[in-house]
Design a protein around this ligand. Structure first.
Ligand code: ADP
Ligand code: NI
Length: 198
């Protein structure tokens, strides 16, 4: 086990200045959601907690670390043993959507953290992050004249609306049903307002 206060300040420091949807609070939401899912699964909750907290600290889009150097350094400072470290790193390695596509994590801990990460990309959180990400990349919200323009709305069809069918656990599927319905309702409202119908 570990003390939250020994790890949370490190995470705050690592994610300071990120505007692409991988800020400290994303990690905190994934942590909470992963622990909630873990309640319904037969798993090592300590590994789930650590993997959730560390799942983005070596994201190749943000950091140029090799071999999970940030995660390993933090685990070492927390006094986590080699066996748990290996389990945590294996879980983190299997999580990323963009890196692993539809590959399913081998362990239940990886499955849970991947589900929690994916849940944060849908629903109200997903909508907010999608628009924040788009803005940070200088993209517009929507282009009704060209469906090939990279926009926030396009990302719903590329990824966000597909995520509910790519979850590993029953509990995550339950949470996703409401979030997915909310996104679909948002899109309907968005087009109606865009067209001056509401
Ligand atoms: P992961 O952490 O699984 O690699 P990403 O880095 O692809 O995920 O995504 C991080 C957040 O940014 C998610 O909420 C995702 O939906 C959003 N995002 C990623 N790519 C785009 C994009 N092209 N347009 C809008 N939002 C995006
Ligand atoms: Ni993440």
């Amino acid at each position: 086990m570990f003390e939250e206060k020994e790890i949370l300040p490190r995470l705050k420091e690592i994610f300071a200045g990120d505007y692409s949807g991988h800020d400290y609070f994303h990690t905190m939401r994934v942590y909470k959601t992963a622990l909630a899912i873990a309640q319904s699964e037969n798993c090592d909750k300590n590994v789930v907690a650590l993997a959730a907290l560390l799942h983005d600290v070596d994201d190749y889009k943000l950091f140029k670390t090799e071999n999970y150097a940030n995660a390993r350094a933090i685990l070492k400072d927390l006094g986590i043993n080699d066996q748990i470290t290996q389990q945590v790193i294996a879980a983190i390695d299997s999580v990323s959507f963009s890196k692993n596509g539809s590959k399913v994590p081998a362990t239940i801990e990886g499955k849970i953290v991947q589900d929690a990460d994916r849940l944060d990309a849908i629903g109200a959180m997903g909508i907010g992050r999608c628009f924040a990400f788009s803005g940070s990349f200088g993209r517009i919200m929507y282009d009704p004249e060209n469906d090939q323009t990279p926009t926030a709305i396009n990302h719903f069809y590329e990824k966000l609306l597909l995520l509910k069918d790519r979850l590993n656990t029953q509990k995550a599927r339950q949470i996703a049903a409401r979030r997915d319905a909310f996104m679909r309702q948002f899109l309907e409202e968005f087009y109606a307002e865009w067209n001056g119908e509401r």
